[in-house]
Design a protein around this ligand. Structure first.
Ligand SMILES: [Zn+2]
Ligand SMILES: [Zn+2]
Length: 173
């Protein structure tokens, strides 16, 4: 009897109904709670976002490379939100994000909202304003859409696109 491939077990448990949304892993995580883990052979575990990324691209992440979450949601397993980068580049991006939000606004004391109950949750006030404006202002909506999230879908193998498009039923003309 063959075990169900890890990628299938991951995709079964995340909500993939929206192709471009974050696919949040609801199961076990690394001890720091940041990344999802799934059991594989020999009682080992693998990071869930690596499993889906490698299945979608059809190749393993090389040594010294990491899959960077462009969406900044580390529990997200949507391969569209991941980009393979070197460790150095990942660190550089993390450093940049310590000083600027995902849309490039600087985290000055005036522009930073510290969520009271969540010490690690810091919000950009400029983006908060954009979000409330976006409800009735198309320009604000366009501005809001400009994150560093640029899904690298072109690299995904044609044969594995189904991993992305899986439950999405696209209206065909
Ligand atoms: Zn995501
Ligand atoms: Zn911002």
């Amino acid at each position: 009897m063959r075990a169900t491939p890890a990628v299938e077990r991951v995709l079964r448990r995340v909500d993939t109904s929206e192709a471009d949304a974050c696919w949040i892993w609801p199961g076990a995580t690394t001890p720091d709670g940041r990344y999802g883990v799934v059991g594989v052979a020999d009682r080992r575990t693998r990071l869930t976002h690596l499993v889906t990324y490698e299945a979608a691209t059809g190749s393993a992440i090389a040594d010294g490379w990491q899959a960077d979450h462009l969406c900044l949601v580390t529990l997200c397993c949507n391969p569209r939100h991941l980009e393979a980068v070197t460790q150095a580049e990942n660190l550089r991006r993390q450093h940049e994000l310590n000083t600027h939000c995902v849309r490039g606004h600087e985290f000055t004391p005036e522009n930073t909202y510290q969520v009271p109950t969540q010490p690690t949750n810091r919000q950009c006030r400029a983006c908060m304003q954009l979000r409330s404006k976006a409800r009735h202002d198309p320009e604000a909506r366009a501005e809001l859409a400009k994150t560093r999230l640029q899904p690298d879908v072109g690299r995904l193998r044609r044969g594995n696109r189904h991993l992305l498009d899986q439950p999405k039923t696209e209206a065909t003309p």
